[in-house]
Every structure is written in C-alpha cells, then in structure tokens.
Design a protein around this ligand. Structure first.
Ligand code: F0G
Length: 466
C-alpha cells in the first residue's frame, strides 16, 4: 500500500451547536470553545484506503515491521493522525478471537454463533493498550512531558506499562483508595509510576484528574482523550478480521466510562461511510445493575443523541438527582464501577449509529457468566463477563436470536482480579451473602470447589474416586 497521509486529520467538537475545529497538534481533552467532547476526524476523500478489507491481509506477511505486527497499527490507514516515526508500540492488539461453542449454551446461543474477542491477551492484560498506544503516540506528537490518568485499574496499568517500556514520558495515576483490584494495582506499582491513592471512587478521581491536567498542563490519558478512542476502534477491525471480513449481527461490550462503545460506533460508521462495509452491526452495551447511569438515561429518561443536540440540562438534572440521593456506583465488577461516564454523549451517538441498545445485569449474573467463560476457554475479569450475562438476558427477552452472530468483547484478563474468583469458587453461600450480599451476589451457581485433603495417599485417592 502507499504511505498513509496524516495531513488529513483534525479535531472537531461533537456538539452540533459548536463544531469548532482544532489541529491534531493541540493537546486537548475538551473543546476549548464549549467544553464538550472532541472527535478525531479525517478527510476520507484524500485518504489512502484499501479497496477491500481483505487487502489488510498483505500486512500479515511483513516481517520485522512493528507497525505491521501491532494489531492496532496494522490498521493505521483508519487512524492516520501521526507520522510513523512518532508511533509508540509495544506489540499490542495481538488478541484472540474465538468461536465459543462451549459458552454458547449458557448464553442461550446456537453453536457457531457466539464469539469471544479476548482483549485480556494484550501486554498489560486489558483492551486499554489499544487506546494507549494511540494516546502515547499523540503525546509524543505534541511533545508532552508527563502523562496522567484516573482509573479503576486497567487504564492505570496500561499507562504505567507504556511509561515503563517507552521511558520518555513519566506517568502519574490516580486511583480510588481500596477501589481497584489487586492485579491492577500491582501492575502500576511494579511499573514504577507515581500512584496517587485518592480517598474516594473513580468518579471522584475522574473529576480531580481533569483539574490536575488543566492546572499543571499534564497530558491526559483517559478516554476523554479522542486519540485513545482511535486506537480502540481497531478492536472492531479485528472482530471483522476474525469473521474473515464479515460483520457480526451484534457486538456486545461492557459499559463503564463508555470509551469502547463510543469508539466501536465510530469504527463502524467510518467503515460504512467509506464503503468498506455495507451493514453496521448492532451494539449492545451492558452495564452493571449497581452502576446503571447509561441504562437509566437511555431506557428510562429516553435521552437521545438528537443529531448532536443532546439535552444537556436533563443530564445535569439527572446527576443532581443522583447526588441528592447520594447514589454511588457499587458493583463487584470494579472496572465499571462508574456513575458519571465521561463519554456518555458519544455513546448515545454510537447507539444511534448502530441501532444499539443498553441492558443491565446483576453482579450475581456477571459472576456466573464469568465462571462459564472460564470453563469455556481463557477466562476474563468480572466487568468483561457482563457481556455474556447480557447476551443471556437479551436472548431470554427475544432481542437477540439464537442464530445471530454475536461478538462479545472480553475486556480484561482473568488474573486482574483473582480475589473475587477465589471467593466465588471457595466461599459457602452464607459467607458469600454476608460479604457480597449488598452487591446482589448471594450464591455461586458454578462453583468449582477445591477438595481439602490430608497429606495421605489413601485419602487423596479416595477423594479422587468420590
Ligand atoms: N472492562 C474493563 C476490564 C475495564 O477496565 C473497563 C474500564 C471497562 C470494561 C469499561 O470500558 O470505560 O470504555 O466503557 N476501565 C477504566 C479504567 C475505566 O480506568 O481502567 P469503557
């Protein structure tokens, strides 16, 4: 393929009343004119694009080229905002797309119709690396000297890993104290970045990190950063690649800060607009019952994208009511324990573009689904399992058909949160109820109990024959 063109990229405010434009060289995480979210946009008419998606297969056989090796940058034609010499890549995005026939019955799907996209196979163990390689690349492009993020754990692990591997951009991460799973905290500590444990939850950290980024002029790595979402679009290209260049009927994704759902909608919309796909799959965003802002905004408040004129006053009133009720996010799926998703409006747009829907699932359903995903293959962390739990619910409701082709994005690795997994498999129902009852988790339907046995061969043999 010819070299890509990067002079065709710009940033644009998503608000139809504003639509202010900015150069890609400006480090922004909100529109300086109106404060709304920004998009990275491209003049596709001047872009160098393949004629067919199959043409990307040529990159599978390019030895020694890190940009062809990366599961993100092999699709750089769809995110042409930086010259190749700025790209910071650690070989992210080499993930696994698997037909999951052993999980399909639990999800009430027919054999051959449920697929799992294992993003936990990324170098830092979550989908975040797809976005972080793009954000780090942009940070280098604009000459940033420090990076900062707020996190429920995976963003911080990913930022910390890139900071460690790249070595040119020191990072600071803000996490809610006691709010992040140990696997993720361990990563940030081990990679040697500055870890600030803020008293409070993710929503608190997110509010503070914006202030810190503004006050100290530090480059923000959260998904408010539109360049991060450009990298996350590639997860969808790889799903299509996994289906040998066909689109599924449904893409199912957990909703937290709503970066992924926003990025996926944009990916499909762009492919459709440039004529590389003829049909856009439907997006199902699954939230946890204890962190259900999106569900309530869409299904109860009936708020819509409305061509870029979202009713801001109603969102504001919704959040004020939430504060008045002192409602805080609470779910064992700590990755998505978020009540004020920063990409809410972009997600509404993605739902519009994809004829998408929002469903919620309980922590009990999430953990049962997680155990089934584990039994059926590589496993995932709790937030990721919301997808399969959501498919099961949507099958029951008759929204998804057993013969639809459904791709669930498993966003994080099973070892991210070993505590909840061990608790699920080892605790008695009354202990689960006492510890996790407030989360709506009461009993482990698929517990795989370890068998305690004395150091005695006869007893071990007897246990195996029981
Ligand atoms: N799944 C996992 C494993 C996550 O870590 C996250 C978000 C999500 C799903 C939700 O994705 O925000 O794009 O809707 N984790 C962020 C973090 C918030 O800080 O690591 P989203």
């Amino acid at each position: 393929m010819e070299p890509i063109r990067v002079d065709i990229a710009y940033q644009e405010c998503i608000n139809a009343k504003c639509r202010a434009r900015f150069d890609v060289g400006e480090p922004l995480f909100e529109c300086p004119t109106c404060g709304d979210l920004l998009d990275v946009r491209y003049d596709w008419d001047r872009a160098v694009l393949p004629k067919r998606l199959e043409d990307f297969e040529a990159k599978w056989s390019v030895p020694g080229d890190p940009l062809a090796f990366s599961g993100v940058w092999q699709y750089q034609e769809f995110l042409p905002f930086a010259p190749p010499q700025y790209v910071v890549t650690v070989g992210e995005g080499k993930t696994v797309f698997q037909q999951a026939d052993r999980v399909a019955p639990f999800a009430r799907m027919n054999a051959g119709r449920l697929f799992l996209q294992y993003e936990g196979m990324n170098p830092s163990g979550s989908f975040k690396d797809n976005g972080m390689t793009a954000a780090y690349t942009h940070a280098r492009l604009v000459g940033a000297s420090r990076a900062v993020c707020a996190s429920t754990g995976n963003t911080s692990a990913s930022v910390a890993m890139y900071a460690a591997v790249d070595g040119r951009l020191p990072a600071i991460v803000l996490v809610g104290s006691g709010k992040i799973a140990y696997g993720k905290l361990a990563q940030a500590l081990d990679y040697g970045v500055t870890v600030i444990q803020v008293e409070g939850d993710f929503d608190t950290c997110m509010r503070r990190v914006k202030q810190v980024a503004r006050e100290l002029g530090i480059y923000l790595m959260n998904s408010l950063n539109p360049f991060r979402l450009e990298g996350q679009k590639t997860i969808m290209y790889r799903v299509i690649e996994g289906l040998l260049w066909q689109v599924p009927d449904w893409v199912v994704v957990p909703g937290g800060n709503l970066g992924n759902s926003s990025a996926f909608g944009k990916a499909f919309r762009e492919l459709y607009d440039v004529g590389l796909i003829s049909r856009i799959p439907r997006l199902a965003v699954i939230v946890a019952e204890g962190a259900d802002t999106l569900y309530r905004i869409v299904n109860q408040e009936q708020l819509r994208w409305n061509d870029g004129r979202v009713d801001d006053a109603r969102i504001q009133a919704f959040y004020e009511q939430m504060d008045a009720e002192n409602r805080r996010a609470k779910t064992v799926a700590s990755a998505i324990e978020i009540n004020r998703p920063v990409n809410l409006k972009k997600c509404l747009r993605a739902l519009e573009w994809t004829d998408g829907i929002v469903e919620k699932v309980s922590d009990q359903e999430i953990l049962n689904a997680k155990a089934q995903i584990g039994t059926g293959g590589f496993g995932c962390e709790p937030a990721s399992a919301a997808t399969v739990a959501g498919v099961r619910t949507l099958r029951e409701a008759g929204v998804i058909n057993a013969d639809d082709r459904v791709a669930c994005v498993l966003t994080g690795h099973p070892l991210k949160d070993p505590n909840i997994t061990v608790a699920y498999h080892t605790m008695e129902a009354d202990a689960i109820d006492a510890t996790y009852g407030a989360y709506g988790f009461h009993a482990a339907a698929y517990a795989n109990r370890p068998i305690p046995v004395a150091d005695d061969l006869d007893k071990i043999v007897a246990a195996l024959q029981a």
